[in-house]
Design a protein around this ligand. Structure first.
Ligand code: ZN
Length: 286
């Protein structure tokens, strides 16, 4: 009974948590990006011939045009906020992306583009969702699939099968439909609060393993709770995942793969969404 109360209290806390904005990035303070990225050269098979792929350096990764990454939270009718948009608005956003010639790409494609210079489709965009809400499977995925899009769903694993959150069956169904399942911690504790190995085990290692067991494939992508990270946390995450996604924070000069920028999409017109996306990701392929 006591345990049930504690879990309920945590979930109630989560309802109010959402993904609060990280502060807008501060200019400057960039460290010279001369370090090598902790990624390995790769061997790909092309025309039945093994081709060695040399991994980009940190400087090369930072120099590549960023791909726009959108971040959605709740999709339901209710009071407007940065963290809730209506189903009609979400559908309109997906429609304008399709009508404008955008192609959704997976985090795996983004990684291969950043590290190995793999080609991307024209007008690439990553469409991501935080907090494991039920409507991500019930509303967002079917709308995206209608337009030929696939998304990435970041799961905080304390929510498995809880009211208003996705069931494990829904998560498996998303993975089978070609969407990417990523991790968003166990209980939404921010990375900057992980004090020791036990915290990393509880918030990253254990939930990653559990989620991999559920979807039957590696879970290689992470979204920072509240979008907040520091260099130490980014460096530690590189041991667990290929890419980590923040919100508005400036990319880490040493760990750009562990500080991929996203923008939160609030309730706004489709044209307003495109404008925000172009403003946040002004490079040539945005
Ligand atoms: Zn979140």
């Amino acid at each position: 009974m006591r345990r049930k109360y504690i879990i309920s209290a945590i979930l109630l806390g989560l309802i109010g948590l959402g993904c609060n904005h990280a502060n807008q990035p501060k200019k400057g303070n960039a460290v010279a990006a001369i370090q090598s990225v902790a990624v390995k050269d790769n061997v790909a098979i092309k025309d039945n011939v093994a081709v060695k792929q040399t991994a980009n350096t940190t400087a090369q990764i930072l120099a590549k045009p960023e791909v726009p990454v959108l971040c959605y939270h709740r999709i339901s009718d209710g009071p407007k906020s940065d963290y809730r948009i209506s189903p009609a608005t979400f559908t309109a956003h997906m429609k304008i992306l399709a009508d404008s010639g955008y192609h959704s790409i997976s985090p795996a494609q983004l990684y291969d583009y950043l590290v190995y210079n793999k080609a991307l489709p024209a007008k690439p965009v990553v469409i991501s969702f935080d907090d494991s809400r039920e409507e991500h499977a019930g509303i967002a995925a079917p709308v995206m699939e209608k337009y030929g899009f696939r998304g990435v769903f970041f799961i905080m694993t304390i929510t498995y099968n809880k009211k208003n959150y996705m069931t494990t069956d829904q998560i498996v169904k998303l993975a089978k439909a070609g969407h990417t399942i990523g991790l968003h911690s166990w209980d939404h504790t921010m990375v900057i609060k992980y004090k020791d190995a036990a915290d990393w085990q509880k918030e990253v290692a254990d939930p990653k393993k559990k989620l991999e067991g559920i979807v039957g494939m590696p879970v290689e992508y992470w979204a920072y709770p509240n979008g907040v990270y520091d260099h130490k946390g980014a460096a530690e995450l590189s041991k667990y995942v290929k890419l980590s996604f923040s919100l508005f924070s400036k990319r880490d000069a040493i760990e750009p793969l562990q500080s991929v920028r996203r923008i939160i999409v609030p309730e706004c017109t489709p044209q307003g969404m495109l404008k925000s996306m172009h403003r946040a990701f002004p490079k040539k392929n945005a």
